[in-house]
Write a protein that binds this ligand. Structure first.
Ligand code: UDP
Ligand code: XDX
Length: 213
């Protein structure tokens, strides 16, 4: 089974290189696709210089659209989604996410931070489905309408669909991992505002995808 890693990235110039370096160490990964979602920093150039496939969206269309743009660029059977701002990612984390699908026991795995940092651990303990670290069979994406419109709601849409259709999925603990928060990226005020916008998009996805309930 072909495996493609898709990394949606919006203004991640100082973080994306580390994530790409780790993915490149995992030899079961056939493709690495970074989707630059309308960044205004050097995300595109840094990813390109790492020698991976980079898709550049002319304007920011949101995480859901970025992921779909990446999926439309590959024929891989298994899609590994990773955020561009991860801290502590190792090849073992990646293999642990992919193995349940390679063994054909599950069609989706989703990673939950633990022993990383209190804040990000807690956030994912409270709402484990809000995680960008997932391995998913490609055909699942093809069955969910309008994923490209979900922005930060993409994880909700995926989770709802999998639950609604009793698709076997498994939670994978991502030990000693965390990610850079919006406040750390943008400062307190802009970070908080971006967080509120994110949770609004998540709530909209819960409402839109209600019929998957
Ligand atoms: O409009 C957006 C917003 C976010 N992202 C990417 O989606 C991932 C998760 O976003 P973010 O880090 O903001 O979410 P958080 O992990 O902070 O909830 C990161 O790789 C972002 O660069 C994106 O591609 N487009
Ligand atoms: O962990 C969380 O509470 C949120 C917000 O993380 P930040 O503190 O803003 O980095 O991030 C999760 O939810 C997002 C929306 O579904 C996903 O895009 C992230 O991948 C996920 O880490």
């Amino acid at each position: 089974m072909k495996i493609a890693t898709i990394i949606p990235a919006f203004n991640e110039e100082s973080r994306i290189g580390n994530v790409i370096n780790v993915v490149k160490q995992v030899d079961i990964i056939d493709e690495i696709i970074v989707v630059d979602d309308g960044s205004i920093d050097m995300t595109y150039k840094i990813a390109q210089d790492k020698g991976v496939q980079v898709i550049r969206l002319k304007e920011n269309k949101g995480k859901g659209a970025a992921i779909i743009a990446g999926i439309n660029h590959t024929k891989a059977d298994i899609i590994l989604l990773l955020d561009a701002d991860l801290i502590g990612l190792t090849p073992k984390h990646i293999i642990n996410l992919i193995k349940p699908l390679q063994d054909k026991k599950y069609q989706m795995s989703y990673g939950v931070f633990c022993n990383g940092r209190f804040g990000t651990d807690l956030a994912q303990k409270i709402i484990p489905c809000l995680t960008g670290q997932r391995a998913i069979k490609r055909e699942i994406f093809e069955k969910i309408p309008n994923l490209e419109l979900t922005r930060y709601g993409v994880e909700i849409a995926l989770t709802k669909y999998v639950k609604k259709n009793n698709i076997p999925s498994i939670q994978i603990l991502l030990k000693n991992m965390t990610h850079v928060t919006k406040e750390e990226k943008l400062g307190l005020i802009r970070g908080l505002s971006a967080r509120i916008k994110m949770y609004w998009e998540v709530l909209k996805a819960i409402k839109i995808f209600k019929f998957y309930d």
